[in-house]
Design a protein around this ligand. Structure first.
Ligand SMILES: Nc1nc2c(c(=O)[nH]1)N[C@H]1C(S)=C(S)[C@@H](COP(=O)(O)OP(=O)(O)OC[C@H]3O[C@@H](n4cnc5c(=O)[nH]c(N)nc54)[C@H](O)[C@@H]3O)O[C@H]1N2
Ligand SMILES: Nc1nc2c(c(=O)[nH]1)N[C@H]1C(S)=C(S)[C@@H](COP(=O)(O)OP(=O)(O)OC[C@H]3O[C@@H](n4cnc5c(=O)[nH]c(N)nc54)[C@H](O)[C@@H]3O)O[C@H]1N2
Ligand code: SF4
Ligand SMILES: [Mo]
Length: 747
């Protein structure tokens, strides 16, 4: 099914967006009734923002200068985020699939829709078993919602098959951090960036994707720090760095191993720290012996002199901060890349002190909190392990069920689609996820969606995946509910409600509870609001690594957030992990790391080439990612006119040398082709990318979707997809593609 609920209003969003933006009811200068302190609904920076509200409508914003992380600063998305609520595409009713209706959907009373969902779940589970119904969720949800959906899957549906969109995002970093430190959280608050002598940034387009972090990096530079950036593209942050390493996509672990090799040969390893606080160094030292500068340069494509310079700056610094993001994590060996990064941090001994830090940059708004409390297929609240009997017993006690009744680990989000394809999973509930756009090789995802016996989607817009649904339930916008999220530093903060849900739309947690009620299994799903859910979550997380038990809504307001772990109400929270003496529920040895002996682990980080390397047929590397004005699958930001204006359509970024070889000029139509599919877009010719690599942002659906091209290879440990490298070939397109007709003129 390709039609949409509201064809005309969708056209308004994608077509004449300038008219939409200027014809808005929300003219600036409207006097608000009140102002609500809350946070931006988009990325993991979770900037503090004040929403101006008039008559149950968000009409604008003001900077919230007191909030310490961003001190009033916002990026273009934060400035325009208030516009989405009034969009005519907002789902105000429930709908059901109806092939006789011109839109493909017919409205349905909310209660009837809930009963249809419950009836379908019952029917599918009875015929095919509990695991035949799967749940896909998202890390833009508040922690309360994420917790509730995890509990709903395990206790109400009794299905093992729940997973979330953080599978596409944070899982390589999480797996690497757990292997090395026993905990998965940014090790330091961002203020620790400021006194660092060296800031190392690998695979993170900081200025476009973590915009506030740029300010911290620049302040460190003002203080004299040297900035090292590793990326196949000279991103905006790289334009102001001291050393740029233009790595070939998919080779970062080789680079880290090469740096460690030089640290060892030059005596730049902190041997006291290594001996006292770590285990496993010898095996890693042995492994990196082979990573000579010459071999490292050959594999990574980075000049040997630059590798030596980076190793020297890193090796001899007194303070430092290393950060990375999806550029090194979105790989079939993403966990190895992360372990390679952690190895050079541990060898330096610079962690757990002011100015000495390490972090993976969280992506989604609640990318951190959303991966701690049970929407991951192998996890229970408190970052507990679903296959650990003690962990199961604790959570079962809080939930008032028998531990044996809890299902075991399910499969990852992509595997859920493979099981749908094979007919093993017959029904699906999705909330806060748009896999038809965001999963790799997405023509396969589309085919799988059409095989489902029953699919229900909960969203506030009819996203591209939801267009395949049998029932669509109208969920809540960020500003229509309260709850906590955990931002990039590990700081738990509070989203405050600004307006009521319009029409038949409901807060997501109510919808989940309504389904549980209609299934006749309301036990544990009768909360009267997020606060009550949070109180149970605190108990469920108590004693776990991600211990939230001492966090209260009031304490968050008082302290501008509370860093977890926070084991009791009189505990202030833990801004900096791995400080000696800090509270730690796991370590019983002398060190501060989250293993029983208190020591961190070095892990051998092995290099393997990308799953699909270049060859004569597909001679170039394709990498994908983001632009500043668009967010994820674009469901929200493609409906905000001024953001669409900034970057109206995806383009294929390529170097002039490559463009010359193809006889392509900037703005020409170019077809990119991989073994999965093809995609025709305009060229963006820039000198800031490796000549052997092309880049496409992925925020668009259909024939403009980069994920028609990407490969569904996954990391064997984290199961993250390899979005950041596959083999591609390009040719100048003979004609403009069909989708060009609907597009605004360039310029
Ligand atoms: N504007 C905007 N901001 C966002 C988002 C958004 O959609 N739009 N999404 C949020 C989310 S969920 C996430 S996960 C983060 C993502 O934040 P980032 O990870 O910073 O963003 P990406 O564009 O995915 O990729 C980062 C960089 O990796 C580089 N890269 C590609 N391949 C490699 C490689 O093999 N090695 C190295 N070293 N670098 C490589 C790319 O050139 C790119 O500059 O952003 C968050 N913030
Ligand atoms: N090629 C390529 N693909 C990628 C990536 C890449 O770099 N390259 N990056 C990957 C990464 S890091 C990520 S995080 C994923 C993201 O991929 P997705 O999670 O699929 O993308 P979103 O756009 O966040 O989709 C979330 C949906 O949730 C809805 N939503 C948001 N907030 C709420 C809420 O509070 N309640 C409800 N009910 N719905 C809500 C939105 O309207 C949207 O429809 O994409 C991945 N895909
Ligand atoms: S998108 Fe991220 S950086 Fe931009 S305002 Fe929102 S939270 Fe801040
Ligand atoms: Mo992400």
């Amino acid at each position: 099914m390709t039609s949409v609920v509201n064809e005309r209003s969708t056209m308004e969003a994608f077509g004449p967006h300038r008219a939409y933006a200027s014809g808005l009811r929300l003219a600036s200068g409207v006097e608000p009734d009140r102002v609500v302190n809350t946070h931006c609904c988009f990325c993991g920076q979770q900037c503090g923002i004040q929403l101006k509200v008039k008559d149950n409508e968000v009409v604008g914003f003001e900077p919230w200068t007191d909030f310490p992380f961003n001190r009033g600063m916002l990026c273009p998305k934060g400035v325009k985020r208030y516009l989405q609520g009034a969009h005519p595409d907002r789902l105000l009713r429930a709908y059901q699939r109806d092939t006789t209706a011109s839109s493909g959907f017919a409205p349905l009373a909310y209660d009837q829709a809930i009963h249809r969902v419950a009836e379908a779940i019952g029917r599918i589970q009875q015929a095919h078993g509990d695991d035949a119904f799967a749940v896909l969720t998202g890390a833009s949800l508040t922690t309360e919602k994420a917790y509730l959906v995890g509990k709903f899957a395990r206790v109400c549906l009794r299905t093992a098959n729940i997973d979330y969109n953080g599978r596409l995002c944070m899982v390589s970093a999480a797996a690497g951090n757990k292997k090395a430190f026993g905990i998965d959280r940014a090790a330091n608050p961002w203020e620790d960036i400021l006194p660092a002598e060296v800031v190392w940034i690998s695979g993170a387009n900081v200025a476009e994707c973590a915009p506030i972090t740029t300010e911290y990096v620049w302040q460190a530079r003002e203080n004299g720090a040297r900035i090292i950036v590793v990326d196949p593209r000279i991103t905006p942050i790289a334009r102001t760095c001291d050393l740029f390493l233009p790595v070939k996509p998919g080779r970062d672990v080789a680079l880290f191993n090469g740096v460690l090799h030089l640290m060892i040969t030059h005596g730049w390893v902190d041997e006291t720290f290594v001996a006292r606080s770590t285990v496993g160094f010898e095996a890693v030292a042995e492994h990196v012996r082979a990573w000579t500068p010459a071999r490292t340069a050959e594999v990574t494509g980075v000049p040997e002199s630059a590798i030596r310079q980076a190793a020297e700056w890193w090796g001899t610094a007194q303070t430092s901060f290393l950060m990375h993001a999806r550029g090194i994590e979105h790989h079939s060996h993403g966990v190895q890349n992360v372990l390679g990064a952690i190895n050079i941090v541990l060898a330096s001994g610079r962690i757990g002190r002011p100015g000495c830090g390490y972090a993976t940059i969280t992506g989604q708004g609640n990318g951190q909190g959303g991966r701690e409390h049970g929407q991951k297929c192998d996890q229970l609240p408190g970052a507990r392990d679903i296959s650990n009997p003690e962990h199961r017993a604790h959570v079962a006690r809080v939930w008032g069920v028998e531990p044996e009744s809890l299902p075991g680990a399910g499969v990852d989000a992509y595997e859920i689609f493979r099981k749908i394809d094979k007919g093993e999973i017959r029904g699906l509930l999705s909330i806060c996820f748009n896999p038809k756009v965001s999963l790799p090789d997405n023509n396969f995802i589309t085919r799988a969606l059409e095989k489902l016996d029953f699919y229900v989607a909960i969203d506030f817009f009819l996203n591209e995946t939801a267009r395949h649904a049998d029932v669509v339930l109208p969920g809540s916008l960020h500003e229509e509910d309260e709850g906590v999220v955990t931002q990039v530093e590990g700081r738990v903060i509070k989203i405050n409600k600004a307006v009521e849900c319009p029409g038949d739309a409901r807060q997501d947690w109510r919808i989940i509870q309504d389904i549980a009620g209609a299934l006749g299994r309301p036990h544990g799903f009768t909360f009267d609001g997020p606060r009550a859910i949070f109180d149970e979550l605190r108990a469920a997380s108590q004693g776990g690594v991600a211990d939230y038990s001492g966090i209260t809504y009031e304490k968050i307001e008082r302290q501008f957030g509370v860093f977890w772990p926070c084991p009791s109400e009189d505990h202030p929270g833990t801004p900096r992990l791995f400080e000696s003496g800090s509270w730690n529920p796991v370590a019983r040895g002398t060190g501060p790391f989250y293993f029983p002996d208190g020591k961190a682990r070095f892990n051998v980080a092995a290099y393997t080439p990308p799953a699909e390397d270049t060859d004569a047929d597909y001679p170039l590397m394709l990498t994908t990612g983001r632009v500043v004005s668009q967010f994820l699958s674009g469901t929200q930001t493609r409906r905000i006119g001024p953001l669409v204006d900034q970057y109206p359509e995806p383009r294929i970024e390529m170097h002039p040398q490559l463009a010359d070889r193809l006889a392509v000029r900037d703005g020409d139509w170019v077809t990119a082709e991989t073994r999965r599919g093809d995609c025709t877009l305009r060229a963006l010719v820039v000198t800031t990318i490796r000549p052997d690599t092309v880049f496409i942002p992925y925020h668009w659906p259909g024939r403009k979707s980069a994920n028609q091209l990407t490969i569904a290879a996954q990391d064997p440990i984290s199961k993250i997809p390899e979005y950041k490298v596959c083999a591609v070939r390009l040719r100048k397109a003979a004609a403009a593609p069909d989708h060009a007709v609907l597009e605004p003129q360039q310029g």
